[in-house]
Design a binder for this molecule. Structure first.
Ligand SMILES: Nc1ncnc2c1ncn2[C@@H]1O[C@H](COP(=O)(O)OP(=O)(O)OP(=O)(O)O)[C@@H](O)[C@H]1O
Length: 228
């Protein structure tokens, strides 16, 4: 982290294969920021998030995420960058054949945790943060959609991330449960200084929780957007 800056993109072009999705992107996210990311289907929201978590490489402009230089990011750096990011995406769902506890332990072992006592404690700690300590031994299918999403958030918190990237985390949830998830993310941001970028198509929830809005539109990322 340079000062409070967690993400800094300057003049970045973002491609999917040979297709230029977003050009000349400037984006600055500081510790504790909560940012809504909006834009029509196919406008480039996921592509922008993919650049930040090292899934899409950049060649034009300058990019930093959690202290990593995105222009020079080597494949071997990506797992280390990902430990500083909490990812809450529909593509990163829970393993369905393991309990909540096993899901959390699996990620911890994969990211270098060794001590079984610390692993147990950390799993309980993150479940406590999302209010699901009692669900440790449950299988994902025994949980509601909102509870599953809370476990995904707990999993994203395991390595104490500097930023959480949430791509439509409330897409499959009813309005009340969606609000609970946003409140939880906001609370995490306020308590731990975690920055949060949340992509959504749900303008109602943005109106309920007003915050900075950025928008992907016509190949650009627009800042300080307001919605009707
Ligand atoms: N793996 C890929 N290969 C080639 N093109 C892709 C790939 N992924 C996305 N694209 C294209 O890049 C553009 C931006 O897609 P992206 O997924 O970033 O949009 P989005 O705003 O996240 O959309 P949605 O709201 O539907 O999730 C689209 O034109 C899409 O077709």
């Amino acid at each position: 982290m340079i000062g409070n800056s967690i993400i800094k993109l300057t003049g970045v072009d973002i491609f999917q294969q040979k297709h230029l999705v977003l050009s000349n992107v400037d984006l600055h996210i500081d510790k504790g920021d909560f940012v809504w990311l909006i834009g029509q289907t196919g406008s480039g929201k996921s592509s922008l998030l993919k650049v930040i978590y090292g899934d899409l490489h950049i060649n034009t402009g300058m990019g930093h995420a959690c202290g990593y230089d995105l222009n020079k990011l080597a494949d071997r750096d990506v797992p280390f960058l990902r430990r500083k990011l909490g990812i809450v995406f529909q593509d990163f769902q829970l393993l369905t054949d393991r309990t909540v506890e096993q899901n959390l332990h699996f990620v911890m072992r994969a990211t270098g945790w060794k001590d079984p006592k610390l692993i147990n404690e950390r799993a309980l700690d993150v479940l406590e943060k999302v209010g699901l300590r009692s669900k440790l031994k449950k299988m994902p299918h025994e949980l509601s959609g909102g509870e599953q999403q809370r476990v995904v958030i707990a999993r994203a918190l395991l390595n104490d991330p500097e930023i959480i990237l949430a791509d439509e985390p409330t897409g499959n949830l009813d309005p009340d449960t969606s609000e609970e998830i946003v409140m939880l993310l906001k609370q995490i941001g306020q308590q731990m200084g975690t920055a949060i970028i949340m992509a959504t198509h749900d303008y109602h929830i943005i109106r309920t929780f007003p915050s900075r809005i950025i928008k992907c539109e016509n190949g650009k990322v627009l800042e300080d957007v307001t919605i009707a």
